[in-house]
Unconditional design. Structure first.
Length: 137
């Protein structure tokens, strides 16, 4: 079971990396084409600035669309977020800069643990996505 989760996670990471690489190559090609089209019209410096502005605007639009779709449902008043993943999303919504720092530290720790002992990483991932235990009465 542990190897299944780890192999599926590795496959998802590889697929996301391949998609990101293809998107990056397309962005570079479009940037070169826009630069070549604008270079003769407004000069090389302004063409480079225009390409940077266009790419930054496109990145902001993509980020807004991606985060709007990834936003989890807000818990009702008095209700706790479901599980550790729900609490993590809630924390990220309230303190985004701290969440990015924590995510970077967790990623570095996860890589270090995966290199030392992949079974531990598999158990951590399985525990993170497990449903919360029933409340005590």
């Amino acid at each position: 079971m542990g190897r299944d989760i780890f192999s599926k996670l590795a496959g998802v990471i590889a697929a996301v990396a391949a998609i990101a690489a293809a998107a990056a190559i397309c962005m570079v090609a479009v940037a070169f084409a826009v630069y070549a089209a604008l270079r003769d019209l407004i000069g090389p410096a302004w063409a480079a600035a225009a390409v940077a502005g266009i790419v930054a605007l496109l990145a902001v639009i993509i980020a807004l669309v991606a985060f709007r779709r990834a936003r989890p449902k807000a818990p009702k008043r008095g209700e706790e977020p479901a599980g550790l993943a729900g609490k993590a999303f809630e924390f990220g919504r309230e303190r985004p800069i701290a969440a990015v720092g924590i995510a970077a530290a967790a990623a570095a720790a996860g890589i270090a643990v995966a290199l030392k002992n992949p079974k531990v990483l598999t158990a951590i991932i399985a525990g993170f996505f497990a449903p919360p235990p029933p409340p005590r009465r």
